[in-house]
Design a protein around this ligand. Sequence first.
Ligand code: HEM
Length: 235
Amino acid sequence: MRASLATLVIIGAVAALVALGVTDQVIPATDERTLSVRPWVAARALGITAYLLLALEVAAGVWLSHPRNSGDPRTSRVVFPWHELLTVFTGAFLTLHIVLLAVDPYAGVDWIGAFVPGFSQYRPVPVAIGSVALYAMIITAATAKWTRLLPAGWWLRIHRLGALVFLMAWVHGVLAGTDTVALLPLYLFTGGLVLLGIAHRWWSAIGPAQRQAAASIPVAVPLRRPEPAPASEES
Ligand code: HEM
């Protein structure tokens, strides 16, 4: 994964802006409560941004691996750099999401709760799903970068975990988020689009011959009692 200097500068600038915003440097808070919930509010906005970036990242991956595009160098040339960049930006926004939640005393997620599934005081199960999604995401990205460390073809098998990462992030966002009711149309729209993309890719990959074979599996015929043999006329 190539993160150019420009990419790192952008990520650093976003992090600096977040730090300025949540530490009362840009717009001084008018009351104590506003001051205390700022990191929490910023963390939520960063979580939603990370989720949307992840949806785009997975969509770009599905696009690349779709049988219609996978052999086409023009598609790879255009879409692959986006897939990589989206991975870097998802990671950066996620890092900010997690760090702010870990340092913020408002709900008591804490560092241990952020990284050890089940140890968060705040919504332990949904937060645990987020942590597991994070680890699965790191594994998917790291194995794609260092493919030579694995037996041939393994990275791709592991990379398919990406669909599961998205599913876990979706469930985490819906269950952990305070804004779920307002954001439900967004979750349904983005989740539905990614799901449709994955289903279409899978359907195209199994191929027409296999589809036909699957369709021609004989349907179970209900068992019928054998007809009684006609009674012989002699008896
Ligand atoms: C793939 C990884 C993750 C993604 C894409 C993600 C994304 C999101 C999203 C979209 C929300 C909803 C925000 C809202 O509605 O206000 C959220 C909430 C939350 N996330 Fe994450 N998250 C991830 C990992 C984590 C991890 C590792 C933690 C551990 C600290 C975490 C802690 C939380 C908490 C505590 C909330 C609730 C905030 C609220 O009340 O809205 N997330 N996350």
